[in-house]
Design a protein around this ligand. Structure first.
Ligand SMILES: Cc1cc2nc3c(=O)[nH]c(=O)nc-3n(C[C@H](O)[C@H](O)[C@H](O)COP(=O)(O)O)c2cc1C
Length: 314
C-alpha cells in the first residue's frame, strides 16, 4: 500500500534504544527520523557511533535530524554523521517551540525564505550527505508555504516530510490539505505525510484520496499502538495482548538500565513512554497517574506488575 512507513521523531521517546527494541518486538517500520540535535545539544563522535550501531542492528534506515540556520554547523554535523556511517541527514524546518523559532530556526525558517535559500545554497556547494527536510505549513499561516516548496524543489532534496499545520497550531487542530496537495503535486514520489494517522482506517482514507502518496510517517499513534504499522500494511486491526506490551516494555526497561545512568533518567524515559502506552489500556489514566508518582525503580516495577491485570481497549 505504501512504499515507506516512517517512525516520526518524537523528542523524549523515539531514541536509538526505543528503535532497536521496537524492531525486536514489532515490524513494518522501514525508516525513521531521529529527534533533532542543535548547537545546544551536540552529541560527541562516540555517542553518534554507538547510536549508529544500535540503528544498524534495528534494520531501520535511520536519518539524523539537525535544527539550525547555520550552514557551517549543518555541514559539520553532516560530516560527523557520514563518518559514523549514516547515509542521509534531515533539516528541521518544523519545530514550533518558541525557544527555537525566536532564533529564526525550525518553523521560523518558513518566514525567512531568503535565509533558507542561502542555507541550502551553502550546504549544496559540497554536501557531505544527501539532505531531506521536515516541514510545516508556516508560523501563523501558510502564506509562504508555496514559496518555500518552490525553493526546496530547486535543490536536490531527497524527500520532504510535511506535517500540514502551522507552528501556532502545534500538534492539534485542522490539517491544511490544500498545502499538502500543493506539496504532493510538487514532489509526488518523495513526499512523506505526517499527522494524525492513528489507525489503519486513517491510512486507508489517505491512500484512497491520494493514491500517488507512497510515504507516511507515524508519530503519537505508533507510540500508543506499536502494532500500527503492521495494521496499516495488513489493512486490518491486530489485537495485541497486554502481555506483548509488557514484554516490549520489559525489554525497553532492561536496555535503558544498561545504557542510562541513574534511576531518575531511567524513570523519566519510561514515564514518557507510559504517556502513550496507557492510552490503549482500560483504566489508562489511573495507571499513568500511579506510574508518574513512582519515585524509585522499585515502586515503578510494583506499578507495572499491577498493570498485567488490566486489558487493552481493543
Ligand atoms: C512531544 C513531541 C516531540 C516531537 N519532536 C520532534 C522532533 O524532534 N523533530 C521533528 O521533526 N518533529 C518532532 N515532532 C513532530 C512529529 O514528528 C510529528 O510530525 C507530529 O507529532 C505529527 O504526527 P502524529 O500526529 O503522527 O504524532 C514532535 C512531536 C511531539 C508531540
Amino acid at each position: 500500500m505504501f512504499d515507506n512507513i516512517y517512525m516520526a521523531p518524537i523528542m523524549g521517546n523515539t531514541d536509538s534504544i526505543y528503535r532497536k527494541i521496537f524492531s525486536e518486538h514489532f515490524n513494518s517500520i522501514n525508516k525513521a527520523i531521529i529527534p533533532f540535535i542543535n548547537k545546544f545539544r551536540i552529541p560527541g563522535d562516540n555517542r553518534i557511533k554507538s547510536n549508529f550501531d544500535l540503528d544498524r542492528q534495528s534494520g531501520i534506515y535511520t536519518i539524523p535530524q539537525i535544527l539550525t540556520n547555520d550552514s557551517r554547523f549543518l555541514s559539520d554535523m553532516a560530516s560527523a554523521y557520514s563518518r559514523a556511517g549514516y547515509n542521509e541527514i534531515n533539516l528541521n524546518i518544523a519545530c514550533p517551540s518558541p525557544v527555537m523559532t525566536k532564533k529564526n530556526m525550525g518553523a521560523a525558517l518558513i518566514e525567512f525564505p531568503d535565509i533558507l535559500d542561502k542555507l541550502l545554497t551553502a550546504y549544496f556547494r559540497n554536501p557531505p550527505l544527501p539532505l531531506s527536510v521536515k516541514l510545516r505549513t508556516g508560523m501563523k499561516s501558510a502564506g509562504n508555504f508555496k514559496t518555500v516548496m518552490d525553493i526546496l524543489c530547486s535543490y536536490d532534496i531527497t524527500s520532504v516530510t510535511l506535517h500540514p499545520r502551522t507552528a501556532e497550531q502545534g500538534y492539534s487542530g485542522s490539517i491544511d490539505m490544500n498545502s499538502f496537495e500543493y506539496a504532493l503535486q510538487k514532489t509526488p514520489s518523495s513526499l512523506v505525510y505526517s499527522g494524525d494517522i492513528n489507525s489503519h482506517e486513517d491510512a486507508g482514507v489517505l491512500k484512497e484520496r491520494y493514491p500517488e502518496l507512497n510515504n507516511i510517517m507515524l508519530g503519537r499513534g505508533l507510540l500508543q499502538r506499536p502494532q500500527l504499522a503492521e495494521e496499516i500494511k495488513k489493512e486490518c486491526t491486530i489485537p495485541v495482548s497486554i502481555d506483548r506490551i509488557i514484554l516490549f516494555h520489559n525489554s525497553l526497561l532492561e536496555m535503558y538500565e544498561k545504557h542510562l545512568y541513574g534511576e531518575k533518567q531511567i524513570l523519566d524515559r519510561m514515564k514518557a513512554h507510559w504517556v502513550y502506552f496507557s492510552k490503549d489500556i482500560c483504566n489508562g489514566k489511573k495507571i499513568l497517574k500511579s506510574i508518574k508518582k513512582s519515585g524509585s525503580l522499585k515502586k515503578y516495577r510494583n506499578c507495572v506488575s499491577e498493570i498485567e491485570k488490566y486489558k487493552l481497549q481493543k
